[in-house]
Design a protein around this ligand. Structure first.
Ligand code: ARG
Length: 619
């Protein structure tokens, strides 16, 4: 697809004075912005930076540039009055516009100056035509890229702890990570989805001790995680009164690490039961993994880490324990091995990074983990760097903010948690009620309730910048108005319904011919002069911006860029649908508008898919 910003930048860079001022086309490109107010233009070039070089007021520069640009566009004379007005109006349509005498209409319709800005108006017909053709030519690929071809990206996300509840706090890593992986895959990267299960560590000592003291097999079997959690909670209450429990737990974990049979069996059982619960949640969310190599996977790869740290002179003794001193980097001391010989979380993470580099030879190794672990990841990265691994630069921690409950923060120890499974089930149940009450158009109430209910939770999660803390509230998640998942899904279904209606009343004389409503028919070209109204053009522009939004989301590891973009597309679609009649009698006009409807529907569907949200055809 044509890069309008690039064409504008090249035009500007082609002006002699700009070249003489030493600005390269790429620098100009970076300066071109999108005005917040669409009526002011589709792109704008600010002249402030040129004031010094040109020794002129920015307003004067913008006026002179606008004049020159109008000339270069039209190859014709410029109207005399340039005081903030538009110059070269209609120039793009001028047959003398030699530079644009291709099969395409001109890219730029008109140039205007306002204050220190040169504003550009895109030729609407050209952009609408480009967008429709690009989407229809290969609908599912629209917005994708091959910039990642041949590069492997490991995305680690979710990584819950075994025998602990899979609670609402875990949804963040799960949903954000899954979306980042999907975005990277769409950009052509070869991705590996890793679940670094927290299935090892001293907490298993506690769990085993608690189970041995108070546990009942039947209870665990009936409701594994809730039961194990109650033991774990009890352990902490009891350990307050009786600190020797902590020693017992440490001892028990050490036995587990040495491969003690009884401990290992219990641990394996806890793990299995937990994975069943996680699996149910992943299935509901439509999330999958390529590897479940968690912390325990590295238990036999720890010696190598310790030996290597030792050999590189990084390990020092401190109170019988072994640490890496990172004080000089402001990162404190990283505890690598305790005095009782047991290894730690960070040791396993170092082992995991070495393993991943060897196993996958990654281009990037991404960790989607809460910002509470910033220090941990900073220490870990520094340790890898000090070990001499240049690729530590390719390891990125992607933090996100906290979720709290309306009455305070969550605490696994105190048993104050909201289980993710309950949230998802509740969302589906409540959505079902709404679907029935609103008499939503569907052949399958349960399926629609599932798609919309789960979609609402995921969308809510991915709507704000990931780093923002937020308070979990049922009301907000299930709010079906405003910028929510159900709203966007509804717009998608509405577009689908227009296309269905069009197909049913197709004007094609020959029923065997490619239907006039198929993307293939649209791709062959539509008369985009029917797509130049304010609302049609605004919709086309929103769709046009989608590939850049996907790219931006990837660069920033920020799915909310995609979320917000498809909200824009949905809003633009609604405006267009409200302002214009799509199923008109004129076959050309109808085909053009249907093509735009199709392009909007496809863009919303692809965007939702990148978030992990389904797009029902009916609603
Ligand atoms: N299991 C940890 C937790 O729930 C998260 C693991 C993050 N990943 C990692 N490689 N350290 O807090």
């Amino acid at each position: 697809m044509r890069d309008y910003r690039r064409e504008i930048a090249d035009r500007i860079a082609g002006i002699d004075e700009i070249a003489e001022a030493g600005l390269t086309p790429d620098e100009v490109y970076a300066l071109v912005e999108t005005p917040p107010d669409e009526t002011k233009g589709d792109y704008a070039f600010p002249c402030f930076r040129l004031a010094k070089t040109f020794r002129k007021a920015p307003q004067q520069i913008s006026r002179e540039l606008a004049e020159k640009l109008a000339l270069s566009l039209a190859g014709a004379s410029v109207p005399g009055n340039n005081d903030g007005g538009s110059v070269g109006e209609g120039a793009g349509a001028d047959e003398t516009a030699a530079a644009d005498a291709s099969e395409y209409p001109a890219a730029i319709d008109r140039v205007a100056c306002e204050g220190a800005y040169v504003n550009f108006f895109i030729a609407r017909e050209a952009l609408s035509r480009d967008v429709v053709a690009a989407v229809c030519a290969d609908p599912d690929a629209y917005g994708s890229s091959d910039i990642g071809a041949g590069r492997k990206v490991v995305v680690e996300f979710s990584s819950p702890n075994i025998a602990k509840p899979f609670h609402i706090g875990h949804i963040r890593s799960t949903v954000i990570g899954s979306s980042i992986e999907k975005i990277y895959r769409f950009l052509g990267y070869d991705t590996v989805r890793v679940n670094h299960l927290g299935d090892y560590g001293t907490q298993f000592g506690k769990m085993i001790v608690a189970y041995r003291r108070w546990g009942k097999k039947e209870d665990v079997e009936a409701e594994p995680i809730a039961t194990l959690l109650s033991y774990y909670t009890k352990f902490h209450v009891e350990a307050e009164k009786n600190p020797s429990l902590e020693d017992e737990a440490r001892e028990t974990f050490a036995k587990l690490e040495r491969g003690g049979a009884e401990e290992t069996e219990l641990w394996r059982w806890f793990r299995e039961e937990s994975l069943k619960e996680f699996g149910r949640v992943y299935k509901m969310l439509g999330v999958e993994f390529d590897s479940y190599a968690g912390e325990s996977f590295y238990s036999d790869k720890m010696d190598r880490v310790i030996k290597e740290l030792e050999a590189k002179g990084l390990l020092i003794e401190s109170d019988g324990a072994q640490i890496v001193d990172l004080d000089e980097y402001g990162l404190g001391k990283a505890l690598i091995r305790k005095s009782d010989g047991s290894t730690l979380y960070i040791t396993r993470d170092i082992a995991a990074a070495l393993y991943r580099k060897e196993q996958y030879d990654f281009y990037r190794n991404i960790y989607v983990v809460a910002s509470q672990q910033n220090l941990h990841f900073a220490q870990w990265k520094k340790a890898l760097e000090l070990m001499g691994y240049g690729w530590s630069d390719d390891c990125v921690h992607i933090p996100f903010g906290l979720v709290s409950l309306e009455g305070g923060t969550m605490s696994t120890r105190e048993g104050r948690v909201v289980f993710l499974e309950d949230v998802l089930k509740g969302a589906v149940e409540k959505t079902r009620e709404i679907v029935i009450a609103k008499d939503v158009n569907t052949n399958d109430v349960d399926e629609t309730a599932r798609q919309v209910g789960i979609g609402a939770v995921i969308f809510n999660e991915l709507h704000n910048n990931r780093i923002k803390d937020y308070v979990f509230s049922w009301d907000k998640v299930l709010n079906f108005d405003g910028e929510t998942g159900p709203y966007v899904q509804y717009v998608h279904a509405r577009a689908a319904s227009v296309l269905r209606k069009a197909a049913a009343t197709s004007h094609t004389a020959d029923p065997g011919a490619a239907s006039a409503t198929s993307p293939a028919a649209f791709a062959a070209g539509v008369d985009s002069s029917f797509l130049t109204s304010d609302s049609a053009f605004a919709l086309a522009k929103a769709i046009y911006g989608f590939p850049a939004a996907v790219m931006d989301a990837g660069e920033k590891y920020e799915p909310s860029v995609v979320t917000r973009h498809i909200v824009n597309v949905a809003q633009a679609f609604n405006r267009f649908y409200h302002d214009e009649q799509v199923l008109v009698d004129d076959a050309d006009e109808r085909a053009a508008k249907l093509a735009l409807v199709f392009a909007a529907k496809q863009t919303i569907q692809t965007g939702l898919a990148l978030l992990g949200v389904e797009a029902p055809e009916k609603m």
